[in-house]
Design a protein around this ligand. Sequence first.
Ligand code: FAD
Length: 387
Amino acid sequence: MTKKENILIVGAGLCGSLLALRLGQRGYNITVYEKRPDLRKVDISAGRSINLAFSDRGIKAMKLVGLEEKVKPLCIPMNGRMLHDVEGNTVLAPYSGREHEYINSISRGDLNALLLDEAEALPNVTIYFNHKSTEVDFENCIAHFYQYETKSEVSKKADVIFGTDGAGSSLRKSYYLGKKFLFSFSQDYLTHGYKELSILPAQNGGYKAFKNALHIWGRGDFMLIALPNLDGSFTVTLFLSYAEGEYNFNNLTTNEKVLKFFTTYFKDALELMPNLIDDFFENPTSPLGTVKCSPWHYKGKTLLLGDSAHAIVPFYGQGMNASFEDVVEFDKYLDDSKDWETIFKSFEKSRKIDTDAIADLAIDNFHEMKGHVNNAIFREKRNLEMA
Ligand code: FAD
């Protein structure tokens, strides 16, 4: 393992761009291939979820690459959960009694752009966009791509290939389809999907709801959440079953049905969302799933990191944070000048326990957020008022 080796990274999302930056800082020659156009130049949505809860794990990763100060202006602290009951009453449930303990809301696009800028500023990091990996020959360390602009196929050989191409990873598919080693893989979908909606800024540019909180409208079988953005808007996400219950994504097919659903269950949110109908019918409904697999690596040649190795449902707000933590933990192994296979094995051995645990906790928290949190806290509030 020498720094002259050519490292190829597939996917320049949150994990891939952080990995490129860190390995670049360590002096490796890095080439990154990303399927989508450059989000800094083309007006595309940054992918799933416009904003994200960015926790201490994520901040530690920023410290590692020296970006702690640059990321701060992108963050909105959320000190607690603002719970909304069906009558429109609210209770703020702080995450902690200590003022300095909070999570942040951050724009996926802004964070990804910062990481791309910093990685690309290094002379030994090159990023190509519009390259979709179609297959990875992990035995010979060759990645095959479709280049959208020239409509042609290109193949690139490297010494090591990292797959950071998200939940639908092409490297992971190649492991699975290649059948060259015992590869275990599971993908479990929730019965619920999600749809993004929005609360636009107030006329004076301020926030229409309390800014420094993660807003939750838990309704037992479904829920709405909202996270603040820097421009005064909130990104709202509806989590709802595809097919079960009185209201579901399959039967909310007309303006009247959607308005009735929101008037019945989310009246106070509806008042802040005059553009609900357009958002509802224009924005996609997307599935939520958990991916577990092993091994993440093939010999010392390829390694999966981030969602490609362990995609989780978003109810702990930890998918990106855990993907960033992958890079932090992986980086520790690079201090020992061992061969790649030993590094990959040791990393996966210690890391998989944690990523399996957060995957299971995230599913538990789905049930907690949509039902129990609201019930328990409003019950406590009523008891206090009656005392
Ligand atoms: P991705 O962000 O998916 O990036 C993968 C990249 O690879 C993309 O740029 C993609 O274009 C590219 N790519 C894909 N296929 C190919 C290919 N074949 N060839 C080349 N490039 C390819 N996490 C949190 O920590 N906090 C939250 O609050 C949170 N909220 C979420 C809300 C929702 C609704 C969802 C769905 C997820 C949420 N997550 C959250 C999880 C978070 O989005 C992921 O864990 C995180 O994006 C993983 O980063 P990644 O770089 O591994 O994958």
